[in-house]
Design a protein around this ligand. Structure first.
Ligand SMILES: [Zn+2]
Length: 386
């Protein structure tokens, strides 16, 4: 229900109140003077009784609205508080598939983790377990996918779609075990990850999440590519544009609010490439596992995948998905406004490194129940902030 409507109704009702008070006092005066036998006064009493019954109906109406209003405020606060708590998955989930670039078979397990663990990638195919943390400063390669490395040089690559799924689903703590270097590409999007995470559900805790709020505009350019991040109220806005010479892709742009919008199309948008680039990619050891099952391939003005595109803006939507995944390498939910033209993993990483170089660019905070700002109450768009 819209609070503004409830409030307006309340104000209108309040404006009638003095009139009713005056009528009640007149009625009492009539009785007091004991002249109700006068036909004129009886008529007045009748008129009053009619109005009085209206008053009672209005009062009941007001009382009901008031109760609903109170319940909604309470519900909204508890909803926001549960949103602002750290979450993990209810139980372990498993995936298997191939790596897009390595072409290697991989099994991946996502395990629940305690608060403040964050996201940890764990390679279990070595002589001992190696943990690799998805942090912007651990990104060792961001040319065609996001690759992270630890101090021992152990890598995990193509983490961006899984990281985006965690961000969108509201997961703060999990351990991701995998028996190969590369995260399985699945169908080229985050759809499978989101679906399985939703199927098992989330486990909430009492520990508040941390939020990074951008305080100053930071921007970066690389030739035609440009990306900036600026402050926003309580949202993460991503405004993304791609420009391709290809006639089918051409110029495509989309703007989303990560915490407010329905992200179904973003999650199901697949990675893509031009047909003429495949040979070069494969020669340089990339896209070894690439196929029409896990990528959209565009030749001229045609999509080679039989089922075509999943949505009208699938190309730019996939770039937005990548961007969300790369943003989660900050380790927190971000409140800010991103503008990007022709960017990708590398530019996002360079921008975020620039943001965190200067502490005046951002602030990190937790929201405790006792000091929840009034501005956050009624903001349903915070529903997916955690
Ligand atoms: Zn991608």
């Amino acid at each position: 229900m819209n609070y503004l409507i409830v409030l307006t109704k309340f104000i209108i009702w309040r404006s009638y109140l003095p009139k009713y008070v005056w009528q009640v006092t007149s009625f009492l005066r009539l009785i007091y003077k004991n002249n109700y036998k006068n036909p004129l006064n009886i008529l007045k009493i009748r008129v009053f009784l009619k109005k009085y019954s209206n008053f009672l109906v209005n009062f009941k109406y007001f009382f009901e609205i008031f109760l609903v209003f109170l319940c909604l405020i309470k519900l909204n606060i508890s909803l926001i508080m549960s949103i602002l708590k750290q979450k993990t998955i209810q139980k372990q989930i498993e995936f298997s598939g191939i790596g897009l670039h390595t072409g290697k078979e991989v099994s991946l397990k996502i395990k629940p983790a305690v608060p403040n663990t964050g996201i940890i990638f764990r390679r279990i195919d070595k002589e001992k377990y190696f943990d690799v943390i998805p942090n912007i400063f651990n990104v060792s390669d961001a040319n065609f996918c996001t690759t992270i490395s630890n101090d021992q040089g152990v890598k995990v690559s193509t983490i961006e779609h899984l990281m985006a799924a965690f961000y969108i689903a509201g997961i703060d703590n999990v351990i991701v075990e995998l028996n190969s270097q590369e995260v399985p590409i699945m169908d080229g999007s985050a759809k499978d990850y989101i679906e399985k995470i939703s199927a098992v559900g989330l486990q909430s805790t009492n520990v508040p999440i941390k939020i990074i709020k951008i305080d100053k505009k930071v921007e970066i350019s690389d030739g035609q590519k440009h990306m900036s991040i600026d402050k926003s109220n309580a949202s993460l806005d991503i405004n993304f544009e791609i420009k391709f010479d290809n006639p089918l892709i051409g110029t495509q742009a989309n703007k989303i609010n990560v915490y407010e919008d329905d992200l179904t199309e973003i999650c199901s948008s697949r990675t893509f490439c031009l047909y003429e680039d495949i040979e070069n990619l494969k020669k340089s050891g990339l896209a070894q596992g690439g196929s029409l099952k896990n990528a959209v391939v565009v030749k001229g003005n045609k999509v080679l995948n039989e089922s075509g595109l999943r949505n009208n803006k699938e190309f730019v939507n996939h770039k937005i998905l990548d961007c969300i995944g790369d943003i989660f390498l900050t380790g927190c939910k971000v409140v800010g406004s991103i503008n990007c033209s022709q960017g990708g993993h590398k530019l996002t990483n360079q921008l975020l490194r620039k943001v965190f170089k200067d502490k005046t660019n951002y602030s990190i905070f937790e929201i405790e129940e006792k000091n929840i700002p009034h501005t956050f109450v009624n903001k349903s768009h915070l529903k997916s902030i955690a």
